[in-house]
Ligand binder design. Structure first.
Ligand code: UD1
Length: 433
């Protein structure tokens, strides 16, 4: 008789084990803003000179964007939180599919490539876990600046006709204030011939940060942070040394870590105006928050239910909807949360329910009835911010919460468990089946 031994292959996945119920205290440091750094990196394609970015967070998305820029011929040197990007040898206007597919933000390259080279071939980024994420507004704006744009076989082909290969200034009205479209069109307009006006532009702080870098490079940009941005094209842009703003979403996540554990924390650096809607909601829920010029101090005892609706800036940010829901799952009373930006951004509800949260859904609205205690459970982070929401819920839950989906978490939070452990949390990264 033959005995066949069957060996089963066990695949280990990185997970966070969060031991809940611990109070936090001390000070947390916020890294540079991921969403700013990504677009600022793309802007380096606009100049032959070196752009030196400071306060760049150590994230997998930043590495992926660096790879994208290198594939186009840019030289990328990283020294701690400083990134030096030099675009003197840009030799390709075609972004590789694998890189755009792994990082949506690499679609940003289309604006600067078109402005600098007069042509760009960039695969459509496609949708993701939270929604379909079209690029219709980006394409509409580029056409208004004179580009010929076709979409074939999943690739956006854009060419500036004529001998000069230079885009022309135009008037663009965005149907929705898309952050990505506003940033793409600003980068396309800075080297265009004449004036471009973008109406119904996104007002997010990352748009203002991009304008800050472009101005430091010699661009003429007015109105960033308002609904109308005006760009007057210049012949060339030069190098610059520029610091990325602090990450308002990471700062918001830390504020929520204090609130959900009913603790007191100081969080620096924070630009309070970037978190206006979030701070207002936390105060409405019963937290005491003070600004001291560099950071904020938060003290949380009892949390009451509050209603929130996600909106473009300065409204409540969609990126903090899931983390805030974790908090409200532990509040006194029933909160109503409406997601207005993305069509599929409530997948964390099912995971919070696994931890004992009492949440009822109706379309894009969640009715969250606070419970006295969440209970630790194995949960899956379904996207970047949902993963952070699971970690927060774990901090407040009884027992151990195991969070999977770290491939998302690591895209947007630098050393999250180390930072939280330094203020009293108990989180370990393990590899488990
Ligand atoms: C950026 C942020 C993301 C944040 C989002 C909203 C980066 C790298 N990412 O994403 O973290 O959650 O802003 O604050 O900065 N839309 C259209 N047509 C378009 C473009 C967008 O209908 O052509 C819609 C989208 O489907 C979505 C809404 O506009 O419903 C907002 O999207 P947008 O502002 O473009 O988000 P991103 O720039 O992709």
């Amino acid at each position: 008789m033959t005995v066949t031994a069957v060996r089963s292959k066990v695949i280990l996945t990185p997970q966070l084990e969060v031991c809940g119920g611990r109070q936090l205290s001390g000070e947390l440091t916020v890294s540079g803003a991921k969403n700013s750094a990504l677009v600022l990196m793309a802007a380096c394609l606009l100049s032959r000179d070196t752009i030196r970015l400071r306060n760049v967070p150590p994230l997998t998305d930043i590495t992926a964007m660096g790879e994208m820029l290198s594939s186009l011929g840019a030289r990328v040197v990283r020294l701690g939180d400083v990134l030096e990007l030099t675009g003197d040898r840009i030799n390709s206007s075609a972004a590789p599919y694998e890189l755009v597919n792994s990082l949506r933000a690499s679609f940003f390259c289309i604006g600067p490539l078109l402005a600098r080279m007069g042509m760009a071939r960039v695969p459509l980024p496609g949708g993701c876990q939270i929604g379909t994420r079209p690029v219709v507004e980006h394409v509409k704006g580029l056409k208004a600046m004179g580009a010929r744009v076709t979409i074939e076989h999943g690739v956006v082909n854009a060419v500036v006709p004529g001998r000069s290969h230079r885009l022309k200034g135009g008037r663009i009205h965005l149907d929705c204030p898309s952050v990505g479209a506003t940033e793409t069109l600003m980068m396309a307009a800075v080297l265009a011939d004449g004036e471009t006006v973008i109406d119904n532009a996104a007002q997010e702080p990352e748009v203002v940060d991009l304008a800050g870098l472009l101005i430091a490079m010699g661009a003429r940009v007015r109105g960033a942070g308002t609904p109308t941005i005006t760009v007057v094209g210049v012949e060339r842009l030069h190098g610059a040394d520029y610091a990325v703003i602090p990450d308002r979403i990471e700062a918001g996540t830390f504020l929520l870590a204090a609130a959900i554990t009913r603790s007191a924390l100081r969080i620096t650096p924070v630009i309070p105006e970037h978190l206006g809607a979030v701070i207002t909601k936390l105060e409405e829920a019963g937290c005491r928050i003070e600004h001291d010029g560099i950071g904020v101090t938060i003290e949380a005892k009892q949390i009451d239910a509050v209603d929130l609706r996600t909106q473009p800036f300065p409204g409540f940010p969609t990126d903090l909807q899931a983390p805030f829901m974790s908090l409200l799952a532990t509040a006194r009373g029933t909160s109503v949360i409406t997601e207005n930006i993305f069509e599929n951004r409530l997948q964390h509800v099912a995971e919070l329910q696994r931890m004992g949260a009492a949440i009822r859904m109706q379309g894009n609205t969640a009715f969250v009835e606070g419970v006295a205690r969440l209970s630790g459970a194995p949960v899956q982070g379904t996207d970047l911010r949902a993963s952070a929401a699971m970690v927060l819920a774990g901090l407040a839950a009884d027992g151990i919460t195991t969070v999977r989906g770290l491939e998302y978490l690591d895209r947007g939070y630098a050393f999250l468990e180390d930072k939280l452990n330094a203020v009293g949390a108990q989180i370990s990264r393990i590899n488990a089946a």
